[in-house]
Design a protein around this ligand. Structure first.
Ligand code: TXA
Ligand code: MG
Length: 340
């Protein structure tokens, strides 16, 4: 894809260049973008999201971008992972270059970099500053909410774009293919900590190990803060509880007998609930559809969203991570409903 940007893309790039916000699709979830080198623009992201200012945002780069412009002390492993997985759903945490504003790094000495593969994201990044810019973008949702996987989800969060609106533009690229946020691997403290997996995703620890010859470890208490790793995050407004399939049918029957309105998200055969969404029983298909299902169920006015706990295999790690946060306090929530 080369040549002149389309009118829409040129306009979106101009909004970014003038300090405005542009929501755009990526293969993982939709992002809320601003010029990464403009602290006032980045501050607008935090204000729009209601996000605490000490949470860093990822900088999105066009394919072929110069890593050394954005990061210092770049280890060989970063080059290897970028070569293997970019453009794609992997974020690398590296030592930040001095030009990275504090607003982007949340005051930490590192920066998260990612080159997305969605063609609309790539076109936007190529149109912005001739492909040499960086677009700082968290997921395009209010802080703590479920990430958006469609342009409509973004508008549900922030209102439609236009004059006087929070967002200058919302680019529509259909439903995000991967459906959960990028894998984040920290390479900024290799000498002391080795590579660390800060957030599981579509690209697994094993995928990373194949490329760099070392399996990323799990974060210790001193690991950098990641808002997506807070206990309660990615959560609908309706309480969410999880249970394994063998117990779930009984729970469902009891709650429905009690006259409760229960929305069910499942992947194996289950009795009918007040409303149900059946997701694919394979991890990629499940991740693709999960956030849209949570949003749909959240809008039904149910008292409880009951989720059948997915399988526990390595391929399901990203999905289970997001669901565990959406259903934070699950056991207590369920008990409250069963005891009522
Ligand atoms: O798939 C994704 O990564 C999406 C799309 C839009 O690219 N973005 C995304 O951004 O999920 P956000 O801000 O919702 O989540 C990014 C996570 C946060 O938990 C943030 O704390 C962490 O990445 N993060 C960003 N920069 C970091 C840094 N320098 N050190 C540690 N964690 C960082
Ligand atoms: Mg987010």
């Amino acid at each position: 894809m080369s040549g002149a940007p389309t009118e829409e893309m040129a306009q979106a790039a101009a909004i970014l260049a003038s300090g405005g916000l542009v929501a755009f699709p990526t293969e993982t979830v939709y992002g809320l973008g601003a010029d990464a080198e403009n602290p006032a623009a980045v501050a607008r992201i935090y204000a729009a999201k209601g996000r605490p200012s000490d949470h860093p945002v990822i900088v999105h780069l066009a394919p072929g971008a110069d890593l050394a412009y954005w990061a210092d002390d770049i280890p060989e492993q970063a080059r290897q992972l970028a070569a293997a997985f970019w453009p794609g759903p992997l974020t690398l945490i590296l030592k930040r270059a001095a030009r990275i504003p504090d607003a982007v790094s949340g005051g930490q000495d590192t920066v998260g970099l990612r080159c997305p593969s969605h063609p609309v994201a790539v076109a936007l990044l190529r149109a912005f500053k001739g492909g040499r810019g960086g677009v700082a973008a968290p997921s395009a949702n209010k802080f703590g909410n479920v990430s958006p996987t469609t342009a409509q989800h973004v508008c549900d969060e922030f209102g439609a774009p236009g004059a006087g609106a929070l967002l200058g533009a919302v680019l529509d690229g259909g439903q995000s293919e991967v459906g959960i946020e990028s894998t984040i691997v920290d390479l900024s403290r290799l000498a002391t900590h080795g590579p660390v997996l800060l957030r599981p995703g579509h690209i697994s620890a094993d995928d990373i190990a194949v490329v760099i010859g070392q399996r990323p470890g799990t974060p210790d208490a001193a690991a950098p803060r990641a808002s997506g790793t807070l206990d309660a995050h990615y959560a609908p407004h309706t309480p969410v509880a999880m249970q394994h399939g063998d117990e779930l049918a009984g729970t469902l029957n009891q709650l429905l007998n009690d006259g409760r309105r229960v929305a069910l998200i499942h992947y194996s055969d289950m009795p009918p609930a007040s409303a149900s969404v059946r997701l694919p029983d394979a991890p990629d298909g499940y991740a693709h559809a999960l956030y849209a299902a949570l949003r749909t169920m959240d809008q039904l006015g149910a008292e409880l969203i009951l989720v059948e706990t997915p399988p526990s295999g390595a391929q399901w790690l990203g999905v289970n991570d997001r669901l565990r946060r959406a259903a934070f306090g699950s056991a207590g929530i369920l008990q409250r409903f069963l005891d009522a």
